[in-house]
Structure formats: C-alpha cells, structure tokens
Design a protein. Structure first.
Length: 293
C-alpha cells in the first residue's frame, strides 16, 4: 500500500474546494463565488486498490478583518504547520485573477523544503495567454511541478492526479475503502444548507451566515441558521419564506433526504463573526450523528 497527504492551500476563492471535489471524484467540500466559504480543515480521500491520497482542503489565506477571518487563517496555517516531511502541498492559483502579493505571501509561508506543486485552476474560463502568463509568473515559486487545470471541467486534473499518485511512498491506508471524508454527516447537512443559501444571497451576508444541525431524528432534521442582525433574518427568509424554502428544497434533494422534514430556523446571533467565543461555537465540530430528542 502507498499513501500520502496532499494539502490544498491558496487565496480565498482560488478554487481549492472545487478542485478537491474533482480530485476526489465526489462532492466533499462546498464551493461558492463568495470568498471564505471553507471554514474548517476538511479531508477528502481518493482510493485506488493499492494506493490512497488524503486531500486536505483549507480555508483561504488572507489578511483577516474579523475574528472569523482570523480563525480561518489560523486553521489554514495550522494545517501547514502540522505537515509531515513527505506530505505534498498543492498551491492553488486562480488563472483568471492577477497573481499578486497574497499568493507570494502564502508561498513564502510554506514550510521550507516542503514538497509542493502548483495548480493553476479555472483554466476553462481563462485564455491560453492568461494561463501561460500565470504559469510563467508562478515559475518564480520554484515548485516541483506545475499543472494547468479546471476543477469544473476536470481538464488537466488527470495529469495532476497521476503525478501525485506516482509520488506516494509506502504507507498505511489512513481511511477504509468506503470512507471519503473525515467529516460527520451532520456537518455535510449543515454545509449543504449553507451552500444553497450562499448561492442565493449577495453582498456581505454570506460571511454572516453559520449553519448547524441542532436536532436529528429519523424523520426530522433541524438546522439553526445564525445571522448577525435582525435585518439579515428577513433577507435569508425571503419574501413569504421563499428563499429559505428554495434553499431547503435544493439541499434536501442534494442530500437525498426527500421524505425527511428539514426544518430551517433563522436566529440572530449579534455580530458573531467579530466575537471569538461565538466564532469558536459556530465552527466547533458537529456531533458524528446529530443529537436526538
Ligand atoms: N469556471 C470555473 N470556475 C471555478 C473553478 N474552480 C472554482 N470555480 C468557481 O470559483 C468560485 C470559488 O470556488 P471555491 O472552490 O469555493 O474556491 P475556494 O478556494 O475553495 O474558496 P474559499 O473556500 O472561500 O477559500 C466558485 O464560484 C466556483 O464555482 C474552475 O475550475 N472553473
Ligand atoms: Mg473552499
């Protein structure tokens, strides 16, 4: 058996989670057009009969403004700090955004001597010239290898995957063959609800939303949706409850929970993303199987 860890890092919104899902071949980590979507270190596992790669998704690294931002940075940096010598770092760069100081700062914060590859992603949306220019600029990073990819169409990801599998060393199966993530089912439910809300909301609101499963019985799941101000509550619920209902229906469908009553309750947790205690509560691990009555 050969195995290893590959940690994806990069700026917020670079396309890390979309790429992780593509590399694993299953939806593990939610994605959205708004930055700071990923809030925890999330593992997604790609299995082969004689090999296994544990991909690790991390929050985007950026200058923090709030306690939430600070926590996300710390989570990503802690993932880097805990790397073992043979682990691989996959630095994810957005082909459609100029490569800037943010990317350089991240590259410089990688542990010295680490094995690192660069994935320039969103190539389906960039021109050839843009992709080449981005690869050219990123060449200064002196990574082990460079891959133009798309997490949406999958182009280039086979080459990346083969490179990563080829670099594995002898090691244990970290996860059993049927396990593709380290996150509990309750987390997946809460995240799917949050993703459906993010897809329907604009502006600053996405940062203010946190979702947790608070009750789970065979025929009923309740999710608490925290917002920061009373005015946001109305926006999330939508006129006549329309937005919340649409998000709930879509989440239930994606989760295959038709027939289960998914209760979405919106409540105000004033300024939670600026309050360290509240941030810790919102990001705390969800119980493996959610609490029962
Ligand atoms: N066209 C295209 N869009 C992409 C690709 N990868 C990601 N996106 C889009 O870019 C946005 C951000 O993607 P995410 O995967 O959430 O990015 P992230 O780096 O995980 O973001 P954070 O978790 O916020 O740090 C979403 O709207 C994705 O649909 C890609 O390869 N092609
Ligand atoms: Mg993400």
């Amino acid at each position: 058996m050969r195995s290893g860890f590959v940690t994806l890092v990069g700026r917020p919104n670079a396309g890390k989670s979309t790429l992780l899902n593509c590399l694993v071949g299953a939806k593990i980590s939610i994605a959205s057009a708004k930055p700071q979507t990923t809030r925890l270190r999330v593992a997604g596992v790609r299995h082969r009969p004689d090999a296994q790669i544990v991909f690790v998704d991390t929050p985007g690294i950026a200058k923090p403004v709030t306690s939430l931002g600070k926590q996300l940075n710390e989570t990503a940096l802690a993932a880097l700090a805990s790397l073992e010598p043979l682990d691989v770092i996959c630095m994810v760069i957005d082909a459609t955004a100029p490569l800037g100081r943010g990317d350089r700062t991240i590259w410089q914060s990688l542990p010295t001597g680490a094995r690192a590859v660069v994935a320039v992603t969103k190539c389906d949306r960039a021109s050839r010239a843009q992709v080449l220019a981005q690869l050219g600029t990123a060449a200064a990073f002196d990574a082990d290898a460079y891959f133009p990819v798309s997490g949406v169409t999958g182009e280039g990801t086979d080459a990346l995957l083969e490179h990563l599998f080829a670099g594995l060393v002898e090691g244990p199966a970290y996860f059993p063959a049927e396990t593709i993530t380290d996150q509990p089912e309750a987390w997946r439910i809460a995240e799917t609800v949050r993703e459906q809300l993010l897809a329907r909301l604009s502006d600053e609101l996405p940062y203010s939303i946190a979702v947790r499963v608070t009750e789970w019985t065979p025929d009923r799941i309740r999710c608490d949706i925290a917002v920061e101000r009373p005015s946001q509550k109305g926006i999330v619920i939508g006129r006549g409850g329309r937005l919340l209902r649409a998000a709930g229906t879509a989440a239930r469908r994606e989760l295959g929970l038709e027939g289960v009553y998914l209760e979405l309750r919106v409540r105000v947790e004033p300024d939670w993303q600026r309050t360290p205690d509240a941030v810790a509560r919102m990001l705390a691990p969800q119980a493996p199987s959610a609490p029962r009555r």
